[in-house]
Design a protein around this ligand. Structure first.
Ligand SMILES: *Cc1c(COP(=O)(O)O)cnc(C)c1O
Length: 381
């Protein structure tokens, strides 16, 4: 379409995520304070304030900040002394399984639900063995897992539940934070996430003793000047990260609303394009619109990878979150034969998925351009 060719010349590259950064002047004020106080890390003023503000903002009882989400996941498993086997999803960022691996735990991959791409509770039970100690589900794209069904299984078998909530900052179900479910939830504040502290993460827990244990573990296990209670790690968030986090909270809701607007624009345009599926909103859920995945079906004019390449040629850089499945990487491939899990839905979804850009600052013209590329191969429009 000649129309598009004109646009190609003027459009700047569009990436699937673009981090939001607050005005530099505002961050500089925090920097000045850090320079004056010379307190750079170890539970400083901004660290304490960010933990407290996060509790209020999210509506959760206890937050423990981390240098990044992966260390938070690794530490969460340590905090609950998880061992043996853990049932998790192959349809996630690879860090979910890596956190198990670094703890010497065997990930057992369970299939996902087609409707929202989260772990399928009906498939969990057959994977439980005497070695199973926990379930590690992921709120993929910020869509809440079926937390009630998962908790029922956990209660029945005496398993712990740790949620990888890296995508789910600010998501609420029936008015309560999604992070209030399970034993622990883990957030990420990586540059690609909806709230970023450059790098960063957090564990949400439900009682003060657990918070204390987690705080020891993230600081070498140090409980006092002469007391080390366990083999902790250095996973602390520093004052620079905490300061940015405090500032980001101010802008979060506005950014969330812009991503919601972008999501609605896509949905309106995509309605009626055969062969492109997108996810429905969930009942009683306050979404964060972290991602806008589409699923390229067999009746679309191009395959998913042809569409991905075509977009790239037009300077639209999309990501296939999540392809390949974690269970297909060399580290984890060999595990599958022993558990013989059926990952059919996850496999199919991973071969269809493509995430479109919805960052708060994307221009509506860019969205329209992306949609025009999506439509240009569809004969019936
Ligand atoms: C980003 C992410 C992580 C890892 O978080 P980092 O802060 O990058 O270490 C873990 N799980 C999921 C699902 C993620 O998307």
């Amino acid at each position: 379409m000649s129309n598009n060719n004109n646009l190609i010349d003027v459009i700047k590259p569009v990436y699937v995520t673009e981090p939001f950064l607050p005005p530099l002047e505002e961050f500089q004020e925090y920097l000045r304070e850090i320079w004056e106080n010379k307190w750079l890390t170890n539970n400083g003023q901004f660290h304490r304030e960010f933990e407290q503000k996060l509790c209020e903002f999210l509506g959760v009882p206890y937050v423990s900040l981390f240098a990044n989400g992966t260390l938070a996941l690794i530490t969460a498993l340590q905090a609950l002394r998880i061992t043996g086997e853990v049932i998790t999803t192959p349809f996630s960022f690879v860090a979910t399984a890596h956190a198990l691996h670094w703890n010497g735990i065997k990930p057992v991959f369970c299939d996902i639900e087609q409707a929202h791409c989260t772990i399928d509770p009906d498939k969990i039970e057959p994977l439980i063995t005497p070695a199973t100690s926990a379930i590690l589900p992921v709120h993929v794209y910020g869509h809440p897992c079926n937390v009630d069904a998962i908790q029922d299984i956990a209660d029945m078998y005496g398993l712990k539940v740790i949620y990888d909530a890296a995508h789910a900052f600010g998501v609420r179900v029936n008015g309560t934070s999604i992070c209030n479910f399970g034993d622990l939830s883990v957030l990420s504040f990586h540059a690609t996430k909806v709230l970023t502290t450059f790098e960063g993460g957090a564990i949400i827990c439900h009682n003060e003793k657990m918070k204390k244990r987690i705080d020891y573990l993230k600081n070498f296990g140090i409980a006092g000047e002469t007391t080390v209670v366990g083999p902790g790690i250095n996973a602390k968030m520093n004052e620079f990260q905490a300061a940015l986090g405090l500032l980001q909270l101010k802008y979060h809701e506005n950014n969330r609303n812009k991503r919601q607007r972008n999501t609605n624009i896509y949905k309106e345009y995509l309605n009626g394009i055969d062969g492109i599926r997108y996810l429905d909103e969930m009942n009683n859920t306050y979404h964060n619109y972290a991602y806008f995945p589409i699923f390229v079906q067999d009746d679309y004019a191009l395959t998913r990878d042809e569409l991905y390449t075509k977009m790239k040629q037009n300077n639209i850089h999309l990501r296939r979150y999540f392809y390949p499945l974690i269970s297909e990487f060399p580290t984890y491939r060999s595990l599958q034969s022993s558990v013989s899990a059926d990952l059919k839905t996850a496999k199919r979804i991973s071969e269809q998925v493509l995430c479109l850009p919805i960052s708060p600052n994307i221009d509506v013209e860019d969205i329209e351009f992306i949609v025009s590329l999506l439509r240009s191969d569809v004969s019936n429009i």
